[in-house]
Design a binder for this molecule. Structure first.
Ligand code: GDP
Length: 424
């Protein structure tokens, strides 16, 4: 059976959760391979409406095993709260269908504090962090100054390890930020409150995945955020602190030698972006307000209004290349139905000339969008399920995007529900 990664092509919030929820019917295992609880995947299915932050989106399918891979920032506290919320909505979550890698590092209570303290210090130069502690967590992971989830299974080793890290971390908290230090009693209470709760889910997921591979099970790899927020290839420093691209899926999942057969890139039919950083195609004023309302563009985690604009062909083509996408899911086409002309950011103008190439991050803020218009369709397409039933102008729009970004669009989503999809 095939292995497939589902990844975001743009700035995140493209509808990845919705696509994973749809495609899990064909897969046995779903693995989240990077990121933390700082983003939200909205999923609507027969069980209800859910905002997932850390849980893989395969959690709703009976028989699917969900894995949080070693590349994920495991925040025991928010994970436990999320589990409680989803279980309360009638979803069964047990160590049988949720497995947390023993090699995943733990996001500790001070990571969230440090995120807020640093954003406050930066004041008007802030990065627009969601303040979930992700950047301090990954810095510490790479400095080897946090603990692995598997250490919860060996409490004596855990206490000894945490004691050493605590001493070092308090230096930063007190001397750099003038903040309150932590004590071992604080950490023991935190482990008792949250670490103990997630401990039953922790296991050697690498061994589980190798076994699944040997049994020819099909595995779906799920990313958080999009290409343009990737630490190495995105709009640094307005990126996330891990690699969201498909190339990282083998490393962050626990199957470092796996070959991906398919990479489904999720592209929104227009652009949206949460937080700070250059966003070339951005709209302001009533035009933006109308699109934001039509697309309900408010953050699933934070409720923050998202920045919006027309589809950005330059950024999307670059995102497709970064991901090595083999198939595209174009989402939210229905949202554009109110427009009589559909604007597209076809090229950028930079340093007095037009370009198709995505600029280096430092000069990206100088780029200006070159906007062109395609015909709109101005009718409700949310009930359409067959390509040939889409209005001609809508088909032309999809074909235009497909040609310009250089990748086949195999799925067109026309609504948030599981079955609001056109498979080409
Ligand atoms: P993710 O983080 O990439 O999973 O995306 P989000 O969940 O943050 O944002 C996508 C939003 O769009 C969610 O509220 C989805 O329910 C919604 N959505 C996804 N696909 C469609 C679609 O085709 N049409 C409409 N109207 N909404 C969609």
């Amino acid at each position: 059976m095939s292995n497939c990664a589902i990844v975001g092509i743009n700035w995140g919030d493209e509808g990845k959760g919705r696509m994973v929820d749809l495609l899990t019917r064909d897969y046995d295992v779903v693995v989240r391979y990077q990121g933390g609880g700082n983003a939200g995947h909205t999923v609507i299915n027969e069980k209800g409406k859910f905002a997932l932050h850390l849980l893989p989106s395969g959690i709703f399918r009976g028989g699917v095993v969900n894995v949080l891979g070693n590349g994920v920032a495991v925040d025991c506290e928010s994970l436990w709260n999320e589990l409680q919320d989803v279980i309360a909505q009638g979803v069964s979550i047990t160590p049988e269908n949720l497995k947390i890698s023993d090699r995943a590092s733990l996001l500790l209570p001070w990571h969230r504090d440090l995120d807020s303290l640093e954003e406050a210090r930066l004041a008007d130069k802030k990065y627009g962090s969601t303040k979930q502690g992700i950047a301090p967590f990954y810095s510490d992971k790479y400095q080897k100054k946090t603990v692995m989830a598997g250490e919860l299974l060996y409490p004596e080793k855990l206490w000894e390890h945490l004691e050493g890290i605590l001493e070092w971390k308090n230096l930063t908290l007190e001397k750099v930020y003038g903040a309150k230090p932590y004590t071992m009693a604080d950490l023991r209470a935190w482990v008792a409150d949250f670490g103990e709760k997630i401990r039953p889910f922790v296991c050697d997921t690498g061994a589980f995945l190798r076994q699944a591979q040997a049994e020819k099970k099909s595995i779906l790899f799920e990313a958080q955020l999009g290409s343009l927020r990737d630490l190495d290839y995105g709009i640094y420093p307005y990126t996330t602190s891990s690699n969201a691209i498909a190339a990282y899926a083998p490393v962050g999942s626990g199957l470092p030698s796996v070959r991906l057969d398919e990479i489904v890139g999720v592209v929104k039919a227009y652009s949206s972006c949460v937080g700070e950083g250059p966003f070339t195609c951005e709209w302001f004023g009533p035009e933006a307000e109308k699109l934001r309302e039509a697309g309900n563009e408010y953050g699933a985690k934070t409720g923050r209004p998202r920045r919006v604009g027309p589809i950005d062909i330059v950024a999307t083509r670059y995102g497709v290349q970064c991901q090595g996408a083999t198939n595209i899911a174009l989402t939210k086409l229905d949202v554009l139905s109110y427009m009589d002309k559909i604007p597209v950011c076809a090229r950028y103008e930079l340093a007095g000339r037009q370009t198709d190439d995505f600029p280096f991050p430092a000069v990206l803020p100088d780029a200006k969008p070159v906007v062109e218009y395609l015909d709109g369709w101005q009718c409700d397409i949310s009930g359409v399920r067959r390509w040939e039933d889409l209005p001609q102008a809508a088909r032309r729009y999809v074909e235009y995007v497909e040609k310009e970004i250089g990748c086949r669009i195999g799925y067109v989503s026309v609504g948030p529900e599981r079955d609001s999809i056109i498979i080409r």
